[in-house]
Write a protein that binds this ligand. Structure first.
Ligand code: CS2
Ligand code: MN
Length: 376
């Protein structure tokens, strides 16, 4: 019956196209030509984030989309090694193999082991933390994992003041308004913290780990502070501008010292009148060979008050942004980052829901193909 049905469809298509059945371009031909003249995703590796372990539905959808890069941390519990350190070789190896068993590749470690408050605030015990981080770098290098996304946000990581703001069609997005936190108590337990001290701690860290990362063949990709404001509850923030990233790169110039170009975080830098020119920033840092990972997302607003958006509904010209990655020959990992929570989906993990991720990947892949076609 199946063969008959296929012939029936072919006959229908042939008639509609005014062709005899023998003249239809075979589907194989169409598929092959796409593969031949369209470098998959422009040579970039599209990835999804998995911060809550191996989520079966998300993994299956990723395989169906051909998005085979996994971005996440090293969790001993994920591989039945509770109690072991997450920087140890056997734990990292087991996590890597768990992703491979799902048909995915652990492409970027985001939120790495042993890079915590002591290192970022320069507290007692930071040297032990840094030593364990170096062990982690050596271990992932030996396993061929070459990219680490880290950030310099101690105590308070990425933060929002509203995790369910209504966006297009009632989809839910996260938003931030500095007015909503200005009366929150200052955190004093870490003593007197200054931006200068945070820079000193950054320099101390880079000087200790970048030489080891170079030897291990690993690239560190520093993520901007999100939101990129001067501080939250007395904890200073320094990675809040394009100039800050230029300064960071100059602290220790190296192919192993680079950036996670989180477009949403860069787009929320500055204020209403002097935002970041995203394509120009991509080209600047790209020409320095400093972009090792991309979070491709967008916002509306600026650092003191912004909301996240669908990829096609923000303030950035996303086509020109993608064109800039093409111009600099970026061939590294890219993930959608935060997405709206759409109808029928859960908002349990704001920014990381499943249906919104599908929309984002479709949009990103379409942009890449459009830029590719326009450039050939
Ligand atoms: C995101 C974060 O803030 C951002 O732009 O990339 O959700 C990030 O993924 C987390 O801090 C984990 O690294
Ligand atoms: Mn990001």
């Amino acid at each position: 019956m199946k063969g008959k049905r296929r012939d029936f469809i072919k006959q229908g298509v042939a008639t509609a196209a005014g062709l005899s059945i023998g003249q239809l371009p075979s589907m194989d031909h169409v598929r092959r030509s796409r593969e031949l003249d369209y470098v998959k995703d422009g040579g970039m590796q599209l990835c999804l984030a998995y911060f809550w372990g191996i989520e079966p539905l998300k993994v299956e959808l990723a395989r169906q989309m051909g998005v085979l890069g996994a971005v996440g941390g090293i969790s001993p519990g994920m591989v039945g090694m509770q109690g072991k350190n997450n920087y140890e070789l056997e734990v990292i190896k087991a996590v890597k193999e768990a992703w491979e068993k799902e048909g995915l590749q652990l492409r970027v470690i985001e939120g790495p082991p042993s890079l915590y408050t002591k290192t970022k605030l320069g507290l007692e015990g930071r040297d032990e933390e840094i030593d364990n981080f170096i062990t982690f770098l050596k271990n992932i290098g030996s396993l061929g994992i070459d990219t680490v996304c880290h950030n310099w946000m101690p105590v308070i990581s990425w933060t929002r003041t509203n995790m369910e703001k209504s966006s297009r069609g009632g989809a839910l997005v996260s938003a931030f308004n500095v007015k909503d936190i200005e009366n929150e108590p200052v955190i004093t337990e870490y003593g007197d913290l200054t931006h200068e001290k945070m820079w000193d701690n950054m320099e101390y860290f880079l000087k200790a780990v970048i030489p080891e990362a170079e030897k291990a063949g690993v690239k560190l990709a520093l993520h901007p502070d999100d939101p990129p404001i001067d501080g939250i509850r007395g904890i200073p923030r320094i990675m809040t501008s394009v100039d800050a990233f230029k300064k960071m790169l100059d602290l220790y110039p190296s192919p192993s010292n680079g950036i996670t170009f989180c477009q949403g975080s860069f787009a929320s830098m500055g204020d209403e009148n002097n935002g970041v020119d995203i394509p120009a920033a991509i080209e600047y840092f790209g020409k320095r060979g400093a972009i090792h990972f991309v979070h491709f997302r967008d916002v509306r607003g600026s650092k003191n008050s912004f909301e996240e958006t669908f990829h096609d509904d923000g303030k950035t010209d996303m086509y020109r942004a993608m064109e800039a990655y093409y111009k600099i020959g970026y061939k590294g990992p890219m993930r959608p980052d935060h997405v709206p929570t759409m109808a029928g989906d859960s908002n349990n993990h704001p920014g990381y829901s499943t249906i919104g991720t599908l929309f984002a990947i479709g949009y990103i892949r379409g942009l890449i193909e459009g830029v590719h076609k326009a450039s050939t």
